[in-house]
Every structure is written in C-alpha cells, then in structure tokens.
Design a protein around this ligand. Structure first.
Ligand code: 6CS
Ligand code: FE
Length: 325
C-alpha cells in the first residue's frame, strides 16, 4: 500500500510539507460556524487557537471532582484505560472518559466546540480518542516532543491529517506546573521518526514515550522558525490544536496539579484503516474504530460564555488556595 506519511522505517527520512489542507473548508461548514476568517487563518498559520477562560471555572469544576472521585475507586483505577506513572503509581492518564461518564459525553457535543471543529474539519466528526492527562504536584512527568498524527497514523491507521484536539483546562496551567508547549507552524511539515514500533508499544509509550519523537535537528529547525508557545490560563480555558502540531510538556515542579481534558475529533471521512506501521490495531479506547457515529450537537439552549477578567496573579493565588483546601 502507498503510504503518504512514511515513518518509523528504521532510517532517517527528511521532513516534507504536509499533503493535506489545514482548514478543510466545505461550503456547508465554512460559513456556518463560530470562527471568523481571522481565526481560521490564524489556525492555518499556527496550527492552534487559544481561548483563555472559554468556560467559567465553575463549569469545569464538576469534571475535576469526577476525576478525583475516580482516583479514589480502586477497582476503576485498575482498568486498562487508566494509565499510572511507573515511578509514583499516581494517575497519569484516563482514556475514554466520554464513554464512562455522561457529563463528559455531553461536553463532546457542546455546540460551540463542535461548531468550531466541524468548521475546521469541513465535515461531520466523531471522537477518535478522549483522555485526561494528569500531572500531580512535585512529580507529574512530562511528555517528549511529538505529533499526535504521527502516532495515530503509524499505530492506529489514521489515513490523513484531518483531526483536531480540543484541550480543556480542568486546573490552572501556569509556567510552573508543566503546561503544554507547542511549536507554531510545525503542523505544516511531516517529520518522519526513525525507530520501528514493537507490538503493544502503547503499554509503554503511554507511561513514557520513546518512539515517535522527531530527530533533534528537525525539532531545532522548526522551533527556530516558529518559536515555542505555552498558553497559560485559568480552568475552563480551551486550546484547539491541529493533529500534526508538534507539542511537549515539562515535569510539574510546582505543588499544584495540572489536569487537562482532551477530546480528539476526527472527520467522519478519515476513519481508521490498518495501522501503517504494520502492527495489530490498538484497543478501541485509544483509537475508536468500531460503530463510528457522527456527533450531533447537544440539544440544550446555549449557555452564555462568561469570560472573567482573570489576572495571572489572581489565578495563581486561587490555585494555591485550591491546593490548600
Ligand atoms: O498514543 C497516543 O495516542 C497519544 N500519545 C501522546 C503522547 N499524545 C497523544 C495521544 O494520547
Ligand atoms: Fe500528544
């Protein structure tokens, strides 16, 4: 089979410009969504859009509480889709939250988020993967540089770059607790990786990623062109990022936890095939491939978006207060 995005072939391959559009415009979706032309072209240029305070803090608190409840449930914590830190045993990621919880499922169909995602992907969409990444105070480990698309293409068989991640902050992200870092413009290139993927790589990679990290010379070249940005803000802030945008995060050196929720939306026209790396497909909780249905907007009245005028010092103080309670 011809592979548009060869990677992990055991040899060093040059990066090359992406073969897919960034905004997959279609007349039906392009002109009927919340994003204006200015936002669409910013996304096209940078590979992400940041909305500080998109939801109010009180709107996302129940999601964090539900996660805290889950972490106290020994049986739930033993499930395959719950990933723990190999050193501390603390929660690192929980996958498939939208299948476990109605509250999370409803949020995937929030009309404002879904409206933007459909506009970017130019079609109906479904959830390819959902997860919470948790970094506890003083110990939460980081994630090395990677493009999610590179993994999803190689390990799950995602054919083209036509997916977008929505990351909703459940706790404040600040410069101390390991916020996500992105390389603006990096989504314009596909950076093939070298080492081949062993079977069941996901059992290790979700704890500590070794494969799927581009070569340092390529990372240097892309970061020198686009710089590095780390959006920071209060709980309820939203980051939309293109599936091929390179990102990473540092360890959490602060006492405050950093919890981010991710919904990965994929175009209904870009469903999984056989993994391009040649291994067995990963489980459905990592890459949804069975009974895929397009999402429909949640049938509720629009809740007004209240954007509080948070100042950084106030939110940091609030995070400190939350940690003490
Ligand atoms: O293996 C995966 O699907 C993923 N791994 C990383 C490091 N980021 C995105 C995704 O959850
Ligand atoms: Fe990632």
């Amino acid at each position: 089979m011809q592979d548009a995005y060869p990677t992990r072939r055991g040899e060093s391959l040059e990066p090359f410009p992406r073969l897919d559009p960034v905004v997959h415009s279609s007349a039906r979706f392009r002109w009927h969504g919340p994003l204006d032309e200015c936002a669409l072209s910013r996304y096209e240029r940078d590979g992400f859009l940041w909305f500080e305070g998109f939801f109010g803090r009180e709107r996302v608190e129940p999601f964090f509480d539900e996660l805290a409840e889950l972490s106290r449930d020994a049986e739930a914590m033993a499930a395959d889709h719950v990933i723990k830190d190999p050193d501390s045993g603390e929660l690192r990621s929980v996958f498939s939250m939208h299948e476990i919880s109605q509250r999370f499922s409803n949020l995937t169909r929030d009309p404002r988020i879904l409206g933007m995602v459909q506009q970017l992907l130019g079609s109906d969409v479904y959830i390819h993967q959902s997860r919470i990444n948790d970094k506890f105070g003083f110990q939460g480990r980081g994630f090395d540089w990677h493009s999610d698309f590179e993994t999803w293409h190689c390990e799950d068989g995602m054919p083209r770059m036509r997916a977008v991640s929505a990351s909703i902050l459940l706790t404040e992200n600040n410069e101390f607790n390991g916020p996500l870092m992105l390389i603006p413009g990096s989504h314009q290139y596909f950076a093939p990786c070298v080492d081949p993927t062993p079977e069941e790589n996901w059992k290790d990679s979700l704890k500590k990623q070794r494969l799927g990290v581009p070569e340092k010379s390529v990372l240097r070249w892309l970061a020198n062109r686009g710089g590095i940005e780390a959006p920071k803000g209060p709980p309820g802030s939203l980051l939309l990022f293109e599936c091929n945008t390179l990102h990473a995060s540092n360890m959490n050196m602060s006492p405050w936890s950093r919890s981010n929720l991710f919904f990965v939306y994929n175009s209904i026209e870009n469903q999984m095939q056989e993994p391009f790396g040649g291994q067995k497909p990963r489980p459905d909780f990592l890459a949804h491939r069975t009974d895929v249905e397009p999402l429909t907007m949640r049938d509720v009245a629009f809740e007004p978006v209240v954007v509080p005028a948070h100042k950084h010092a106030e939110t940091t103080a609030q995070a400190r207060q939350d940690a003490l309670e």
